[in-house]
Design a protein around this ligand. Structure first.
Ligand code: C2O
Ligand code: CU
Ligand code: CU
Length: 469
């Protein structure tokens, strides 16, 4: 797109989003929403630095269309999506559609494509007609600027509607998106050295760009939370006072039946959908982020890592307030079948670790090698089912992520997973071995797998996957 029309489109959107932003901070806690209609979603996304109003947070952040988080995109299977990305940042950027099963080449989910400062690119893809419903995540993915740009604020939620939404007990629930992002404090210093190696965390915890927003629900009601960890390194370990979570979907969509959880841990890039029952009579309950340590216990000479600057105990990130009451709504008993994948035709092993490289300091490695954009690390065949053994040989947590095709976790440290679920990020704690199974369906092309602590990805923990027909 030409510069003139790009800036006109941007200006029009900015006017609109400015209003949306002030409306949002006054009351609601939902990101501004763009819904496809007539089988199409067409929009402009302007990546730029803008002023933001976040108590205790930075005065400026990186935003899409002036919004933090970016607009909430909502589409149906079969929809044609066109996104005109305009880069008003000083460094290259692009867009990755985290979790979507769409072509990895051309103007689809192409992370090798780079949009330079002042340039625009028109992304276009058609979501497969059988794409599962779920909660997905768009964010920049241009190697070398990913961690800075995600930590700086960029990212947004993409909802695919479908069968899960049509289950009566799910449809009856009130829906709320929670986009979780930590931001640096107003006077935070920029991290260097070890901070960067371990993965930057900000001290200001935001939900949909707000600090401790209020969510409301009636007694007897059901609240469906679509939770996205949009942080570059922070893990969110959530618990809601006096209310269990009923997990109904993971990264790639629905489970077979709800699973009750007392707390929910989400590594960067992970998503979960949970139902909360309004089983109390009234009152206010805190949604807490509990402290979490991302390994590396002995490495830092006692300096804590994970849970970010200063988080020693639970922090309230949102408040659930009861308002009114309704006749009690039941939880769904069954959700959707989760396919049992066939026996793998091939097994591979990926060892995650770190080391020192001359002149580079610490590097993060997969099978002993740091990322090289000119090297294809893993070649697979379209249609094959494979089983990958992932081994964390290091001293820090690494959430392993694969693009384009979701996977199922088969076992962790030799113990079978308790239930089948579609995932695209799986956490490996130090010393753990996890087996995942995946099938390379529909799309040939080149993509990546990497650690979703984005500072680790930038420092080498990524490989290139080529799927050939
Ligand atoms: Cu959300 Cu390659 O990442
Ligand atoms: Cu991804
Ligand atoms: Cu990592």
């Amino acid at each position: 797109m030409a510069g003139a029309s790009a800036s006109a489109a941007g200006a029009a959107l900015l006017g609109r989003s400015g209003q949306l932003r002030s409306a949002g901070s006054a009351s609601a806690t939902a990101p501004s929403r763009l819904r496809s209609s007539g089988g199409r979603l067409d929009l402009d996304l302007v990546a730029q630095e803008t002023e933001v109003a976040i108590p205790g947070g930075p005065a400026r952040a990186l935003t899409y269309n002036g919004l933090l988080p970016g607009p909430l995109l909502e589409i149906d299977p079969g929809d044609a999506v066109r996104i005109n990305l305009h880069n008003r940042l000083p460094r290259p950027t692009n867009i990755h559609y985290h979790g979507l099963h769409i072509p990895p080449g051309g103007s689809g989910d192409n992370v090798f494509l780079s949009v330079g400062p002042g340039e625009s690119h028109s992304y276009a893809f058609t979501l497969p007609a059988d794409h599962p419903a779920g909660t997905f995540y768009y964010h920049p993915h241009s190697h070398g600027t990913v961690a800075d740009q995600v930590f700086g604020g960029l990212g947004g939620v993409l909802i695919v509607r479908g069968a899960l939404d049509r289950i009566p007990a799910v449809r009856a629930a009130a829906e709320q998106v929670l986009f979780l992002k930590d931001l640096p404090a107003e006077r935070g210093s920029s991290p260097m050295g070890m901070g960067l190696m371990l993965g930057r965390e900000g001290a200001v915890l935001t939900v949909n760009g707000q600090v401790n927003p209020t969510l409301s629900m009636p007694a007897g009601g059901l609240l469906r939370l679509r939770i996205v960890n949009g942080s570059s390194a922070r893990f969110w370990r959530l618990a809601l006072e006096e209310h269990p979570f009923h997990l109904i979907a993971t990264d790639g969509g629905a489970l077979e039946a709800p699973v009750e959880l007392v707390e929910l841990l989400l590594a960067p890039g992970e998503r979960a959908e949970v139902l909360v029952r309004g089983e109390r009579q009234g009152g206010r309950y805190r949604l807490l982020n509990l402290p979490y340590t991302r390994g590396a216990g002995g490495m830092m000479g006692g300096m804590g890592m994970g849970s970010g600057p200063g988080q020693q105990g639970p922090v309230s990130i949102a408040t659930l307030a009861y308002a009114g009451s309704v006749a009690p709504l039941p939880l769904p008993e069954r959700l959707l079948p989760v396919e049992l994948l066939p026996e793998p035709v091939r097994r591979r092993r990926f060892v995650l670790n770190h080391g020192m490289a001359p002149g580079m300091g610490m590097v993060f490695l997969i099978n002993g090698r740091p990322f090289d954009h000119g090297r294809i690390d893993t070649r697979v065949r379209l249609g094959d089912t494979e089983e990958w053994e992932l081994v964390n040989d290091g001293v820090m947590d690494h959430p392993f992520h694969v693009h384009i095709n979701p996977f199922q976790v088969i076992s962790r440290n030799g113990k079978p997973e308790p239930f089948r679920a579609w995932k695209d990020v799986v956490l490996l704690r130090p010393g753990e071995t996890v087996r995942i199974r995946t099938r390379f369906d529909d799309f040939a092309g080149r993509s990546v797998y990497h650690c979703h602590i984005l500072d680790h990805e930038e420092l080498g923990m990524m490989g290139i996957l080529e799927i050939t027909a």
